[in-house]
Design a protein around this ligand. Structure first.
Ligand code: SF4
Length: 366
C-alpha cells in the first residue's frame, strides 16, 4: 500500500484505511505512544467499532480532539437481500454514493463470504453482469474490510465465516495493493481477525504476471478459465485474453509454487451449447494434465439481457463425469442466491435498458 502522508491539513483520516505502519505514524503524529496503534486497530477489527467515541479505553480528551479530523470508515448504509436458500446479499453504499456487493453463502458446515475489490470491472467477460458496468474505481482498503465487518455484524451467535473468497465484483489482482493490505489485516493475530491464510481464496480472470504476488500472500488461488481454446477464450473473455493468452496463463499456473497439500482451483462457467460439449471437456483434461488442481463447474447463472443460457443438469453431469473419468477432481458448484442476483456472475447493476428484476430488501441498516 502506498506510504502516503496520513494527515494533511483540512483532510479527514479514515482509520480503517490505515495499514499498521501507517497507524503507527498516525499515533506518533498525535504525540501518542506507539502501543496505541495496535489498541486502535484492535477496536477497528476485533471489536468492530463504528466511531472513535466507541473506543472507551482512549482518553476522552484525545477522542474529542481527534473527532473532527478522523472517521472510522464503515459504510453508513447496508441493504440486505435474503435468498430463499439462505444466501444473503449485502449492498453497501460507499461515501461517493456508489454501491458494492458482498454475498454470504451458507453450505452445510461452511459459511463463505464473497467479497468485492472494485466497483464494476475493467474486464468484460461476456457471462458476467459486473463486466457490463465497466470499471468505476478500485476499492480502498477500508471499503474491502467494511464488507467483512458488516457481514460479521449480521451473523447470529452460532454462525461464523469459515471461508472468504475475493470473487465478488472486480478483478482482485487489478487492485493488488489494497488486496495485500486486506489479507494482512485478515490474518494478523495481535490486532486483526487472525484467520488462517488457507481460509482465503483470491480469484483471477487471468492476470498471469501477478500470480507470484498471490503466491507470496500464501492464500489459495482460483483461476477463472471458462474456455479451452484461445479463440473461445477471446470470445468469452476478450479483455482477459488480451492481458494473457490461454497458453501463457496456463504456463504461469504450472510455475505457481504450491505448498504441500495445496492445489489450484480452476473455475469453469458452463454455457449451454458454447463450452459444455464433450470435446470441451476432453480439451480441458489435456490443458490441466499433471497439474495439482481441481475444477469447479459453475452452471451459468442467467441475468436479464444475458446472451447465454444455463445448460441442463444432464449436460452439466455429463461434462463432470468426463473430467472425473480422466482422474480430474471436478465439482459442480451449487448456484446460491440466484433469486437475489447474488450468484456467481450476477453481481452488479442491471443495464438500464434491460428488463429488471424486482428485488425486495428485507432490511436496510443505517
Ligand atoms: S467475471 Fe470477474 S473479471 Fe470477468 S467481468 Fe466479471 S468480475 Fe470482472
Amino acid at each position: 500500500m502506498a506510504d502516503s502522508p496520513i494527515i494533511a491539513s483540512g483532510t479527514v483520516t479514515t482509520l480503517l484505511g490505515l495499514t499498521e505502519p501507517q497507524m503507527v505514524r498516525f499515533v506518533r503524529a498525535q504525540d501518542w505512544p506507539d502501543y496505541r496503534a495496535q489498541q486502535i486497530l484492535r477496536w477497528l477489527y476485533q471489536r468492530r467499532a463504528r466511531a472513535l467515541t466507541d473506543m472507551t479505553d482512549l482518553p476522552m480528551h484525545d477522542r474529542m480532539a481527534l473527532s473532527p479530523s478522523t472517521k472510522v470508515g464503515r459504510s453508513a448504509q447496508t441493504t440486505i437481500l435474503s435468498s430463499q436458500d439462505g444466501t444473503r446479499k449485502l449492498l453497501l453504499m460507499l461515501d461517493d454514493g456508489l454501491t458494492i456487493e458482498a454475498v454470504l453463502i451458507p453450505d452445510e458446515d461452511r459459511l463463505t463470504l464473497c467479497v468485492s475489490t472494485q466497483v464494476g470491472c475493467m474486464l468484460d467477460c461476456g457471462f458476467c453482469l459486473t463486466g457490463r458496468m465497466g470499471l468505476k474505481r478500485n476499492l480502498k482498503l477500508h471499503e474491502i474490510i467494511d464488507q467483512i465487518l458488516t457481514a460479521q455484524d449480521l451473523l447470529s451467535s452460532d454462525e461464523h465465516i469459515t471461508n472468504l473468497v475475493f470473487m465478488g465484483m472486480g478483478e482482485p489482482l487489478a487492485n493488488v495493493e489494497s488486496l495485500k493490505a486486506a489479507v494482512t489485516a485478515l490474518t494478523n493475530k495481535p490486532w486483526g481477525l487472525g484467520w488462517s491464510r488457507r481460509r482465503l481464496t483470491v480469484s483471477t480472470a487471468g492476470l498471469a504476471s501477478r500470480l507470484p504476488e498471490v503466491a507470496a500472500l500464501g492464500v489459495n488461488l482460483a483461476i477463472s478459465l471458462n474456455a479451452t481454446t484461445e479463440e473461445q477464450r477471446r470470445a468469452l473473455m476478450p479483455a482477459a485474453s488480451e492481458i494473457a493468452s490461454l497458453k501463457s496463463l496456463l504456463a504461469a499456473c504450472r510455475r505457481y509454487p504450491l505448498a504441500p497439500r495445496q492445489r489450484l482451483t480452476f473455475e469453469y462457467v458452463l454455457l449451454a451449447d458454447v463450452n459444455d460439449h464433450a470435446a470441451d471437456a476432453r480439451r480441458l483434461i489435456q490443458l490441466l494434465r499433471a497439474m495439482r488442481c481441481k475444477v469447479n463447474l459453475i452452471p451459468f447463472n442467467e441475468f436479464p439481457g444475458s446472451p447465454f443460457r444455463r445448460p441442463s443438469e444432464q449436460a452439466v453431469l455429463r461434462f463432470q463425469s468426463i473430467l472425473r473419468d480422466a482422474g480430474l477432481d471436478a465439482f459442480v458448484r451449487k448456484s446460491r442466491g440466484r433469486d437475489v442476483l447474488g450468484a456467481c456472475g450476477q453481481l452488479g447493476e442491471l443495464p438500464s435498458n434491460r428488463p429488471s428484476l424486482t428485488l425486495t430488501p428485507i432490511e436496510t441498516r443505517c
